[in-house]
Design a binder for this molecule. Structure first.
Ligand SMILES: C[S@@+](CC[C@H](N)C(=O)[O-])C[C@H]1O[C@@H](n2cnc3c(N)ncnc32)[C@H](O)[C@@H]1O
Length: 330
């Protein structure tokens, strides 16, 4: 869940903070809401106008965003748009595209606007009830698959690949749980989340990939709803320090669930509690993989050693050479 931290812009809007129920006041510039295309317009002209509007609104990927939103509106690919610049838009297509561009100009993330996000080659349904899965979390999944291959190579007495139980803690849209179930047929995942709203989204993704017989969704705090010990615990829990909240990009701060991001005063409240619970839930010769913030490697490593003094604990860095994962092998 790496998040871009950059200064808040003057962009403001009025919305409910749906996660915490507290009402924050933002002022939406009127021109953002009033933006309109010509009634008779073509693909090429609509793209150019939207690109311009999104650029003015400070969207760094204005061209790409305009293309993705128009392709989504028309149910076509982005390449198709370039092959059909003269195609006239129907009135309802104009209205739907305008509405998406206006929302994007207010920094609503593209994934929420189109309702899905690609992760590890799969496509996940997402909406404002869940964090949008990040590419960096794919590294966590890669490391999990690598560790699972070790379990696979240790068959049971009859030579049959043994069932491996995994706990995905704070599953959100289910990206980690579903990907592991799709990639590793011997894996059974207990996927927990404190948010029933998030689990409702995860259920759609579990159903979509037909892994309901191997992914069990459980509502509750961290590991507590899991009925038996597991071989692996994997978690991308909130790790943004409370004090960084105001500095998050508006796309994140105004739209993604605070419950999915806010890790308390030092960012480590949830990870701390998970490490305290973990010894009671992890089987011997187990593995824990935790996604962490870019500067949290050493402190989380020390906490891990406190709870698992006999374990091998290492910090894995991401492609930007930042701390990203703490791996505990017991
Ligand atoms: C950073 S999001 C990760 C979502 C998903 N695993 C991913 O990687 O995209 C953290 C998730 O942890 C959940 N969460 C927060 N506090 C929790 C708790 N005490 N117990 C279980 N889940 C919790 C949030 O609701 C959110 O879905």
């Amino acid at each position: 869940m790496p998040v871009n931290v950059r200064p808040a812009t003057s962009q403001r809007r009025e919305q409910d903070d749906q996660t915490h129920g507290n009402r924050a006041t933002y002022i939406v510039p009127l021109d953002v809401l009033k933006w309109r295309l010509a009634r008779k317009t073509t693909v090429g002209r609509a793209l150019a106008a939207a690109r311009q509007r999104l650029k003015e609104a400070g969207c760094e990927t204005a061209r790409l965003d305009a293309e993705v939103l128009l392709a989504h509106t028309l149910g076509v690919s982005r390449t198709w748009l370039y092959a059909h610049p003269e195609r006239e838009l129907l009135p309802d297509e104009v209205a739907r595209f305008e509405s998406l561009v206006v929302r994007r100009a207010q920094h609503e993330p593209i994934a929420y606007l189109v309702g899905h996000k690609s992760f590890y080659g799969l496509d996940f349904v997402v909406d404002r009830r869940v964090l949008i899965p990040r590419p960096e979390t794919e590294i966590l999944v890669e490391r999990a698959i690598e560790a699972l291959s070790w379990f696979r190579s240790h068959n049971d007495d009859a030579g049959i690949a043994r069932k491996v139980r995994v706990a995905d803690v704070g599953t959100g849209c289910g990206a980690i749980a579903v990907t592991l179930a799709v990639e590793c047929p011997e894996v059974y995942v207990y996927a927990t989340d404190i948010s029933q709203d998030a689990l409702d989204v995860a259920a759609q993704n579990v159903w979509r990939y037909g892994v309901g017989d191997r992914v069990t969704l459980l509502q509750g705090d961290l590991l507590t709803p899991i009925p038996e010990p597991v071989e692996m615990i994997i978690a991308n829990l909130p790790y943004v320090p409370e004090s960084d909240w105001a500095t998050l990009a508006p796309d994140i701060r105004q739209y993604e669930p605070r419950l999915a991001l806010d890790g308390g005063p030092d960012g480590l409240a949830l990870i701390d509690r998970l490490l305290t619970q973990a010894p009671s839930w992890l089987l011997p010769q187990g593995v824990i993989l935790l996604e962490i913030g870019h500067d949290q490697g050493e402190v989380v490593r020390q906490k891990a050693l406190h709870h698992f003094p006999w374990a091998r604990v290492d910090v894995i860095r991401d492609y930007a050479d930042l701390d990203r994962i703490v791996r505990i092998v017991t």
